[in-house]
Design a protein around this ligand. Structure first.
Ligand SMILES: [Zn+2]
Length: 372
């Protein structure tokens, strides 16, 4: 996600009367009759919620204060994006993320990555593994592969690289051997390949980000090709736990995601940046999916905090997003979710506990070590 998207999310959540925010600005709870706001905050913090998909490269006392207030724990994920001057190399972002994690002990842990643009280097696999292992030794609990694998990066022969890339095989084995987890964000919504969203969701993302517009890329894999390559990785590495970011890019096709979750016991998904597309779909179908796969869905937002961002607005932007998502998952309120009228799923308390805490702990071993 880039700055423009983040801005869009920020704009979307502005003006929402967040129960959690009200709770914060009200009088201390012991001075008055408990309100819904107070109850919401108590329920939420009692879960020791985990946001298993964030990208944070700076901190501040106010940001740490927000995490403290909400009892929020974040997985801070590195990724290499050659179109972004800050993210195009690993060195600075790794340093900044580690520094955020260290100064927010108890609230943050690291998910490392490797630079897939170095694929043509003869020592690529060896170097990638040594970098990952070094980060694991310093506390990283997972490793990430991003959508540039499948949608952007080519090998020496000009062929697009997919998750099935042979030079990734040793990396997969290494992650599994360390009992770490792979966060795999591959592909994009169907619109990237020129196919309209079945739910009429309108995305301006591809106008603003033509580098992800796959309709203009000759020889690029289809979305189906990328997802099927991922399926084969899941089969070939049954000991590798894989969390498919953004519902495995099947956010609009829960009917295609279900059989994958049935077939691959080493596969789970996160909700990152895609609750906003759940709200367009028939509520009963989405709710049934969340109940059926209650052990396989991990809460995540894809919220970012870059060094160049305006830090002062971040605590309220993040808190508003958490409040909005909680209202969708925990209540049956009818309300505007980023401009779309939606009814909350009102998931049972035991399912909320799995979504917001237990599943992340189970699917990302090591995450529990620093929760307090
Ligand atoms: Zn992300």
């Amino acid at each position: 996600m880039n700055g423009r998207q983040l801005l869009a999310i920020g704009m979307g959540v502005l003006g929402i009367a967040a129960a959690l925010v009200l709770a914060r600005h009200g009088k201390p709870a012991h001075d008055r009759t408990p309100t819904l706001s107070d109850r919401t905050l108590v329920e939420f913090t009692a879960l020791e919620p985990i946001d298993a998909h964030t990208h944070v490269f700076r901190g501040s006392p106010a940001f740490t204060g927000m995490l403290d207030h909400l009892h929020m724990h974040v997985l801070d994920i590195l990724y290499v994006d050659d179109s972004d001057s800050y993210l195009k190399s690993m060195e600075q972002q790794r340093k900044d993320a580690f520094s955020f994690v260290e100064s927010n002990s108890g609230h943050a842990q690291l998910c490392t990555t490797f630079d897939p643009f170095l694929l043509k280097d003869p020592n690529f696999s060896k170097n990638a593994i040594s970098g990952i292992n070094n980060d694991f030794a310093h506390g990283a609990v997972a490793a990430k592969i991003w959508k540039n694998v499948g949608m952007e990066i080519m090998d020496a022969s000009g062929k697009y690289v997919t998750p099935e890339e042979p030079r990734f095989e040793d990396i997969y084995r290494d992650i599994a051997a360390h009992n770490k987890t792979l966060i795999l964000h591959v592909a994009d919504p169907d619109e990237a390949w020129g196919i309209p969203s079945p739910w009429g969701f309108i995305s301006k993302y591809y106008d603003a980000n033509p580098q992800w517009n796959m309709t203009t890329k000759r020889g690029a894999p289809s979305k189906k090709d990328i997802l099927e390559a991922t399926d084969r990785v899941l089969v070939r590495h049954p000991d590798l736990r894989v969390i498919g970011a953004r519902f495995g890019s099947l956010e609009d096709h829960l009917d295609e995601l279900s059989p994958r979750l049935d077939r691959y016991p080493n596969f789970a998904v996160d909700t990152a940046a895609r609750v906003r597309r759940m709200v367009y779909q028939p509520r009963d179908q989405v709710r049934a999916f969340f109940l059926k796969y209650q052990d396989r869905i991990i809460y995540g937002t894809d919220l970012h905090l870059f060094p160049a961002a305006d830090e002062s607005s971040a605590p309220s932007t993040w808190e508003n997003q958490y409040s909005l998502d909680w209202r969708y998952f925990a209540t049956d309120d009818t309300f505007a979710y980023q401009g779309h009228q939606a009814q909350g799923l009102k998931l049972p308390p035991e399912v909320l506990k799995k979504l917001y805490h237990d599943n992340a702990i189970r699917w990302i071993p090591g995450l529990e070590n620093h929760l307090h």
